[in-house]
Write a protein that binds this ligand. Structure first.
Ligand code: NAD
Ligand code: LMR
Length: 328
């Protein structure tokens, strides 16, 4: 019999949590043959609502769901965790940038890193969703010295999926015909969605689209500012699409990316493409054997270089800011 995988979700009673948990329990995170035990971590005020969500999970009678436990203590919540989805954080409101949340949310991820270090399973994989996601992941990682650094990742898959959809809309192609888009850098307005290595139906995307003004004035800002546009329209930050991207990220990390195509994830830099080692920055990545690899050897043109550098500079500033706050 397959052993269940322990999946800890923080912020389980929040919007993203509600969109995420049912999909994990139904097998979409790890596959149709892998039973799961859910560990819901909340702050004390969130526990009652998490209990309500747990009741609904029970009422779905999912065949793969072997247990649900609820915690308000990180050390208990992460004990034995194989996968940790760090969602719980304060979302930004209208008019705020994600970086404005550094101090508010920085305090959450240090203790959670320590708790992961204390009791997570040896194969722990961490995805940080709570913003500012890249730097929160860095804080958690810095507080978990016994866990291999590459197990800490942050989510840019939502940006990747947004870029796929925008490119499909412009070109008239189906999303499934597009390969090898890349999100570089930070999950912030400086991120760089790069179509220069992408193909649409096997042809270079930049040739199919052939519209530099659209690229500069529409595509890049639409993708980079989509989070704010959703907040403006919905009055709350993206939730179902964020949960969907978290499922995609962990699914591909564990099960591998399809042959011949890459995706985007923020992972610790090994210095590739001039990104300072250690920054948790988005790259073109594939996954094999349960580990991410940065796609190597891509030509980076001048247009892309300037944009990657700007986003990476912002990540370095965020790192320095949290260092200054004593968080790493
Ligand atoms: P939400 O306010 O609906 O839910 C957050 C939940 O986290 C709440 O239930 C709260 O009680 C809980 N929480 C707060 N501090 C906690 C802690 N220390 N431990 C455990 N739980 C805690 O917010 P949401 O809409 O679910 O968004 C969650 C986060 O995800 C926000 O930071 C948001 O900005 C971010 N986000 C990231 C992406 C991305 O692409 N990376 C996309 C969408 C949202
Ligand atoms: C998003 O990209 O939708 C999230 O990061 C929420 C936000 O604050 O933009």
């Amino acid at each position: 019999m397959t052993q269940p995988v322990n999946v800890t979700v923080t912020g389980a009673a929040g919007q993203i949590g509600y969109a995420l948990l049912f999909r994990i329990a139904s097998g979409q995170l790890l596959g149709p043959d892998t039973p799961v035990k859910l560990r819901l971590l909340e702050i004390p005020q969130g526990v009652k609502a998490a209990e309500g969500t747990a009741m609904e999970l029970e009422d779905c009678a999912f065949g793969l769901l072997e247990g649900i436990d609820i915690f308000d203590d990180p050390t208990a919540g992460f004990a034995g965790a194989n996968v940790a989805l760090l969602v719980g954080a304060r979302p930004r409101g209208a008019g705020m940038e994600r970086g404005d949340l550094l101090e508010a949310n920085g305090g959450i991820f240090g203790p959670q890193g320590k708790a992961l270090n204390a009791g997570a399973a040896d194969d722990i994989r961490v995805l940080v969703v709570g913003n500012p996601a890249n730097t929160n992941a860095l804080i958690a990682q810095a507080n978990a010295p016994d866990i291999p650094a590459e197990r800490f990742t942050a989510m840019t898959r939502l940006d990747h999926n947004r870029a796929l959809s925008q490119l499909a809309g412009k070109s008239g192609a189906a999303v499934s015909e597009i390969r090898n888009l890349t999100i570089w850098g930070n999950h912030s307005a400086t991120q760089y969605p790069d179509i220069f290595h992408a193909t649409i139906g096997g042809r270079p995307a930049a040739e199919v689209v052939d519209d530099q003004a659209w690229l500069v004035d529409t595509f890049i800002p639409t993708v980079a500012k989509r989070g704010a546009a959703i907040i403006e329209a919905r009055g709350a930050s993206s939730a179902a699409s964020a949960a969907n991207a978290a499922i995609d990220h962990v699914h591909d990390w564990v099960n591998g990316t399809p042959e011949g195509s890459w995706t985007s994830a923020a992972i610790p830099s090994d210095g590739s493409y001039g990104v300072p080692e250690g920054l948790i920055s988005s790259f073109p990545v594939t996954s094999t054997g349960g580990a991410w690899q940065i796609v190597q050897g891509l030509d980076v043109n001048e247009f892309s270089r300037a944009r990657i550098d700007a986003s990476v500079a912002e990540l370095a500033e965020e790192r320095d800011a949290v260092k200054g706050l004593g968080l790493i």
